[in-house]
Ligand binder design. Structure first.
Ligand SMILES: [Zn+2]
Length: 63
């Protein structure tokens, strides 16, 4: 199990409101694990771009 390798807690994807579901699907498909979703603070959100489009990311998803 490669869970340990991800202990650095780095998010795998950033997602805006529109792409959160897509990101979840990808993680579930690729890793067969329930993703961990956390909401960015407003400040952080403005400096982070969605992994799937150009919008500010609202969530980050890791497994
Ligand atoms: Zn997006």
């Amino acid at each position: 199990m490669d869970w340990e390798k991800r202990k650095d807690g780095k998010p795998m994807y950033h997602a805006c409101e529109e792409h959160i579901e897509l990101a979840m699907d990808i993680i579930i498909d690729e890793h067969e694990a329930a993703p961990i979703i956390e909401k960015y603070t407003e400040e952080k959100s403005l400096s982070t771009v969605c992994s799937f489009c150009e919008k500010p990311a609202i969530y980050h998803i890791s497994k």
